[in-house]
Design a protein around this ligand. Structure first.
Ligand code: APR
Length: 229
């Protein structure tokens, strides 16, 4: 089976009702997103950081996967599909995708600030100051913040290098190292970029740019790929 690798970003979840990061000027309550999602923000104002993620987590319990997420599941009929997502939502999993790697962490998980190996699943939306791990340390969102290492990147690189087909969906391609993944794929493989603002990525050959929303562009592309396979 051919290996089909998909890099997704906030845009694939937009039609589910989750706002993207940079479309509303990248601001949240007048803070730049980079200023909320950072270790410095956690040091300075952990309550604000928790509030930001609590709002997003609460929203996640209220939304559903859309046609874009669902179409990617159908690809598994004919391809060995691996999704590498920058998203911290669980909409790929809930749609039914089998292999999902989260580069930037997961909103429904929290971890200990004293022992990073202690990671827990939250079954409710709110994480508060005073919520601690079994060793008594404060819990924080299990999210990769700006300036923090991206532990899953090596694994994502391995997957990208093995791809026979590579899809990029709903990402502005400005946040590294994720945006650089496409450059590690084999030059000759077909690549597709679905995003209303998709653009030809410099130095990347055999790239088809599809300027459409995920909910429309992805099902069409999936049909085409299944027909071709
Ligand atoms: N379908 C597809 N793409 C869409 C849609 C849609 N319906 N609506 C918006 N988009 C596109 C936008 O055109 C934009 O290119 O989604 C992209 C969203 O870009 P960003 O908000 O920058 O999100 P993303 O690329 O996922 O950001 C990367 O940055 O903030 C950090 O860690 C966070 O994982 C995130 C990373």
């Amino acid at each position: 089976m051919k290996k089909l690798v998909v890099l997704t970003g906030a845009g694939i979840s937009a039609e589910s009702g989750i706002s993207t990061f940079r479309d509303s000027n990248g601001l949240w309550e007048n803070h730049r997103i980079e200023e909320v999602a950072s270790p410095e923000a956690w040091e300075k104002d952990p309550e604000m950081v928790l509030r930001f993620y609590n709002i997003r987590r609460k929203q996640l319990f209220e939304v559903e996967p859309n046609e874009g997420h669902k179409a990617l599941v159908r690809l598994e009929e004919k391809f060995d599909v691996h999704i590498v997502t920058q998203n911290v939502d669980d909409l790929h999993e809930r749609a039914g995708s089998s292999h999902v790697l989260h580069l930037h962490g997961e909103l429904k998980k929290v971890r200990s600030t004293g022992d990073p190996s202690l990671v827990y699943m939250l079954d409710h939306w709110e994480l508060k100051m005073g919520d601690v791990c079994e060793k008594g340390h404060q819990l924080r969102p299990h999210i990769v913040w700006f300036g923090e290492p991206v532990p899953m990147f090596e694994k994502a690189l391995d997957i990208a290098r093995q791809a026979d087909v590579f899809l990029v969906i709903g990402t502005s391609m400005v946040v590294y190292p994720a945006a650089g993944l496409i450059s590690y794929t084999k030059p000759e493989i077909p690549k597709y970029y679905v995003d209303p603002k998709a653009f030809p990525v410099s130095g990347v050959s055999h790239l088809t740019v599809i300027q459409e929303k995920a909910g429309e562009g992805v099902p069409k592309l999936v049909n085409e790929l299944l027909g071709l396979a």
